[in-house]
Design a protein around this ligand. Structure first.
Ligand SMILES: Cc1cc2nc3c(=O)[nH]c(=O)nc-3n(C[C@H](O)[C@H](O)[C@H](O)COP(=O)(O)OP(=O)(O)OC[C@H]3O[C@@H](n4cnc5c(N)ncnc54)[C@H](O)[C@@H]3O)c2cc1C
Length: 247
């Protein structure tokens, strides 16, 4: 009688969980031989659970591990279970998937990145993977505590839009006044110096965008639809608008 042996492939193991806020964390795990393009996402779940969810890859393309940035959703199935895994645990990972990538010619053009919440994840990957991108990043969050890893971005390329934190904006203005550079502009090196009150869409309405700019948007669909209309109103062609919708 022929014998068969079942070979079970070992799953990627968790390296660490880095908490950024009470609800948001970075999960790092084995990359194995997974090849991806910056901007793509993977499907991730806990071992043995058939439910998996999509998460943009947060870590740079040349890192020998993979990271995802996850917000734990109240009542959410996967985002809560992933929070509870421990270093050494196995996780289910599938992919990569998606087309939210920057074509080679566009990497030499002015780029506008617009994110809400954990939608900053693919932009973190872009910034860490391509050293000479000419980008500006607008990050919309409710409070200053949600500026996830802003130190990873040059502060003169980053504007934080705080929708529910007037004190955070006032504190940022204080930091900017306290650390002026020689020509009197806000201090470079302090991410706080570019915080403004309101949503990213308020900021976009007041700040026209050069029509030649390639615009990449990531986050919730309400922001994306509203921002698309504003950007088209500024003269940006629809074919130069790219979006990754999270929910
Ligand atoms: C292409 C893609 C990439 C994504 N990348 C990321 C990422 O990098 N980081 C990240 O945190 N999430 C990301 N998401 C969202 C993620 O896939 C899950 O939807 C999210 O983690 C919730 O899953 P859950 O199982 O915990 O909640 P579920 O059990 O699926 O849903 C519970 C409830 O929460 C609502 N909900 C789902 N997602 C959200 C949300 N993000 N905010 C508020 N309410 C929500 C649902 O409508 C539902 O009512 C991405 C989604 C897509 C499609």
């Amino acid at each position: 009688m022929a014998r068969t042996t079942r070979v079970t492939k070992a799953l990627p193991r968790v390296h660490e969980i880095r908490n950024l806020t009470e609800s948001t964390y970075v999960l790092r795990f084995d990359r194995r031989d997974l090849e991806f393009e910056p901007g793509q996402y993977v499907s991730v779940g806990v071992k043995g659970d058939i439910d998996m969810r999509e998460y943009s890859i947060y870590s740079p393309v040349d890192a020998d591990f993979l990271e995802i940035l996850v917000k734990e959703i109240d009542g959410g199935h996967v985002s809560r279970r992933l929070r509870r895994v421990r270093p050494g645990d196995e996780v289910e990972v599938d992919g990569p998937f998606g087309f939210f990538t920057i074509d080679e010619p566009d990497r030499r053009r002015p780029l506008l990145f617009i994110a809400t919440g954990t939608g900053i994840s693919p932009f973190h990957c872009f910034a860490g993977s391509y050293s000479d991108l000419d980008f500006r990043l607008l990050h919309g969050v409710r409070t200053a505590g949600e500026r996830y890893d802003h130190d990873a971005f040059p502060s003169d390329r980053l504007t934080t839009c705080l929708s529910r934190d007037p004190q955070g904006v006032a504190a940022a203005a204080h930091v900017a006044r306290a650390e002026p550079v020689a020509d009197g502009r806000a201090a470079v090196g302090s991410a706080d110096s570019s915080a403004v009150a309101g949503r990213v869409t308020d900021y976009l309405r007041e700040h026209p965008v050069d029509p030649g700019t390639r615009c990449y948007l990531c986050g919730n669909c309400d922001m994306i639809y509203e921002a698309f209309d504003i950007l088209k109103g500024h003269g940006v062609a629809p074919e130069h608008l790219y979006a990754e919708v999270y929910f």
